[in-house]
Ligand binder design. Structure first.
Ligand code: SF4
Length: 352
């Protein structure tokens, strides 16, 4: 049930059944074009398809021109309250806006923003957040509930629709996972605009990844969501890794090596954790869809890894390499096992 409608952001399609788009946001000073461009490039190299930058003053809006020119992926300007910054960003080439039209102060401002966005073919994402809901909705619902988030979002949507603007995406983020999931489910029933999924202020890498995986993952498995962002404190490139892992876990990304490794138990005869980590790093550049296994023992290892294309298993002091469809495993020298497995994976990738 991915959204029926779609929007175009640069050369990307969001919604309408297109593959889920991976987003992130820079945390450099947007006015520092060098630093921000470098971070956008790093995000792109990690697999980011759409990057958002904060535009909070005129100098940021001026920087948009060069940022767009230098960016390998489309950019979104994140703007609060000031429609002039939005218009300036659009005129400077930004490919998408994130702004809530109900917060920019009156119909005239909305009309001039919409006219500019229409003229340049720039879509608008409405981004409602549990932490910044309108006071009247907080009073009406007694807090930042799912119902309040949805009512707020649909209110902003109506403002744009009243100006005959339909190039819209919507987010209803909350830092509370059950609230966020309920809000998006309600929204998906009431609208068919593309949905941008995220758990806001998700936290540090560990907790933020878990919260995002549960929240975003639940929705994706229901067929809800057209683009995702995992919000983590710190280096945004880590958000891309988490996004890809969530998509892969939901069966929505079939690129790159998926490593399955056993939890280990008393039968384990190799250092599964160290080998799996080393392999992960060693094959991070491989984009072909390959499933590789690292198993602690030969008793259950190959069986547990039966869906894998290739893998290794410990065997009483030895390490065995097994390939899908081959009966006999091959013995590997322990000190080179990870390297040899990685080379086999690279060979498989070339064949695909
Ligand atoms: Fe234990 Fe072997 Fe299963 Fe790993 S593969 S959990 S070592 S039985």
């Amino acid at each position: 049930m991915a959204s029926k409608r779609s929007i175009r952001v640069g050369d990307l399609i969001i919604g309408g059944g297109a593959p889920v788009v991976i987003q992130s946001m820079t945390n450099t000073d947007t006015r520092d074009v060098e630093a921000t461009s470098a971070q956008i490039r790093r995000l792109y190299e990690a697999g980011c398809q759409l990057a958002r930058v904060s535009v909070y003053d005129t100098r940021c809006a001026q920087a948009v021109r060069e940022l767009v020119d230098r960016s390998p992926i489309p950019l979104v300007a994140d703007i609060h309250f000031d429609h002039r910054l939005a218009i300036q960003s659009v005129e400077n080439g930004i490919q998408k806006l994130r702004i809530n039209p109900g917060n920019i102060g009156g119909a005239d401002r909305v009309r001039s923003l919409v006219a500019c966005a229409k003229e340049h073919g720039v879509p608008i994402r409405i981004g409602v957040n549990g932490g910044s809901l309108e006071p009247d909705l907080l009073r009406k619902y007694g807090g930042p509930t799912a119902e309040a988030l949805v009512e707020s979002a649909l209110g902003h949507v109506r403002i744009l629709e009243d100006c005959a603007f339909y190039d819209i995406a919507i987010a209803v983020k909350s830092s509370n996972v059950p609230t966020m999931v309920r809000a998006y489910r309600m929204l998906a029933e009431r609208t068919d605009y593309p949905l941008h999924l995220g758990v806001t202020e998700a936290g540090t890498v560990r907790m933020g990844t878990v919260k995002s995986a549960v929240g975003i993952g639940s929705l994706l498995l229901d067929g809800i969501g057209d683009t995702i962002r995992v919000s983590l404190s710190g280096d945004p490139a880590r958000e891309i890794v988490a996004c890809k892992d969530i998509l892969r876990s939901c069966g929505l990304l079939d690129t790159g090596v998926e490593i399955v490794s056993c939890p280990t138990c008393g039968r384990c005869s190799i250092d599964v954790e160290a080998m799996a980590l080393a392999l992960e790093e060693r094959v991070a550049h491989v984009s072909a869809p390959i499933r590789a296994a690292v198993m602690g023992c030969i008793v259950n290892g190959p069986g547990e890894a039966r869906d894998a294309d290739i893998g290794i298993a410990g065997a009483a002091g030895d390490i065995l390499l097994f390939r899908k469809g081959e009966e006999k495993p091959q013995r590997l020298p322990a000190e080179r096992a990870v390297d040899l497995l990685a080379e086999e994976i690279e060979k498989l990738a070339e064949e695909r």
